[in-house]
Design a protein around this ligand. Structure first.
Ligand code: COA
Ligand code: ZN
Length: 334
């Protein structure tokens, strides 16, 4: 096996991590995180080396009250050179608000599943596409970059499998509109590695010039395995959420995204270059329970990094002395 270029040994290959905790994460929380705390959290995330941060969403404040302060948050964060500050935009109204607040990128969203699209966005897929095509036009006129996130690309919690041709056909329509990026979203953790490999490979082959992102939820414990399957199939951008929080409020059974610090931790051990300062990321994640009022799924904030060692037991010297004495007891006399 060629260890220098295998999946298990990244050999410094660049993998971009895109934080979605402040959008996908906070939208699912019952509490309203105070605006200044959101701003401080984004500022802390900006300092970790992440490639992109989905700061908030310009949805209806009645639909997603947790993010009703989108304008203030996006306007008042400290922007770092090299970080793309993205925002979810569901319609033209959202786009106008996002332009005012100076979003670097619109993350448009529609579902590859008709049922989920109706439940989430209250429109058929055709209606969504028509509305989003207008948003793309506006973005072009304003020179704002556009990413399309296709929800339920790996399965719908109400319909079941969404066929690969269906997913690719919807993506194609957006690529034809000239979008800069495409995200394939596993909204409720239905993806598995073999499926991820096939869909990623198909998307990379078909649209080599389009920025491809994979967005996994860890609902069934396959999140990290899916990230690795995606890397193996040629993906180099992943959404993840601090602490592993998140979930779509309109998808039954939805739970958190893959956890940013867990993905970074694993990829660093495997010699991938994420550009992320893990210590800062963990410090930011440890602030979350105080903000959202409950523990997060993050394993790393609890267990620490692989080589964050623990002290030996207090009576270790006694144990050692006794153990060594046992050796001398049993050594046969010459
Ligand atoms: N920003 C602010 N307000 C908005 C808005 C936006 N982007 N889009 C719609 N609204 C307001 C309308 O002004 C209207 O307000 P009113 O009742 O005070 O008049 C109300 O929302 C309903 O408007 P309507 O055009 O009928 O939209 P809708 O009810 O069909 O909602 C969505 C459409 C998609 C904008 C809304 O359901 C939504 O924001 N959903 C959240 C989707 C989401 O983020 N899901 C999770 C992420 S995947
Ligand atoms: Zn999601």
């Amino acid at each position: 096996m060629n260890i220098t270029s295998s999946l298990w040994h990244g050999a410094g290959r660049r993998i971009h991590l895109q934080e979605v905790g402040t959008r996908d994460g906070l939208q699912a929380e019952c509490v309203f995180v105070p605006t200044e705390d959101k701003i401080a959290l984004v500022n802390a995330l900006s300092a970790t080396g992440l490639s992109k941060i989905e700061v908030t969403s310009f949805t209806s404040p009645t639909a997603i009250p947790a993010l009703r302060d989108a304008e203030v948050v996006l306007r008042e964060i400290e922007r770092r050179h090299g970080v793309v500050y993205s925002a979810l935009v569901p319609n033209l109204r959202g786009a106008e608000r996002a332009i005012e607040a100076r979003a670097d990128e619109f993350n448009l969203v529609m579902s590859a599943s008709e049922t989920h699209n109706l439940a989430n966005l209250r429109m058929t897929r055709e209606q969504s596409f028509a509305a989003l095509a207008q948003v793309v036009q506006l973005a072009r006129a304003q020179q704002v970059s556009v990413n399309i996130s296709l929800s339920c690309a790996f399965g719908c919690p109400m319909e079941g499998d969404v066929s690969e041709p269906t997913v690719l056909a919807w993506a194609q329509r957006f690529v034809d509109l000239g979008v800069h990026g495409l995200t394939l979203c596993d909204t409720t953790g239905m993806a598995y590695p073999g499926q991820v490999a096939l869909l990623t490979h198909a998307a990379r082959q078909r649209w080599p010039g389009t920025e491809l992102t994979l967005h996994f939820h860890n609902t069934r414990g396959m999140g990290l395995a899916n990230v690795l399957a995606g890397i193996d199939a040629g993906a180099d951008r992943f959404d993840a959420s601090l602490g592993g929080i998140g979930g779509c409020p309109y998808a039954p059974g939805a739970t958190g995204n893959v956890c940013t610090e867990e993905v970074v931790h694993a990829l660093q051990l495997m010699d991938y270059d994420t550009g992320v300062d893990l210590e800062r990321l963990i410090a930011a994640s440890r602030r979350l329970p105080g903000l959202i009022g409950h523990d997060t799924p993050s394993q790393i904030t609890k267990a620490g990094r692989r080589l964050d060692l623990h002290p030996v037991p207090a009576d270790f010297e006694t144990i050692r002395t006794r153990a060594l004495a046992r050796d001398t007891d049993t050594v046969p006399s010459p």
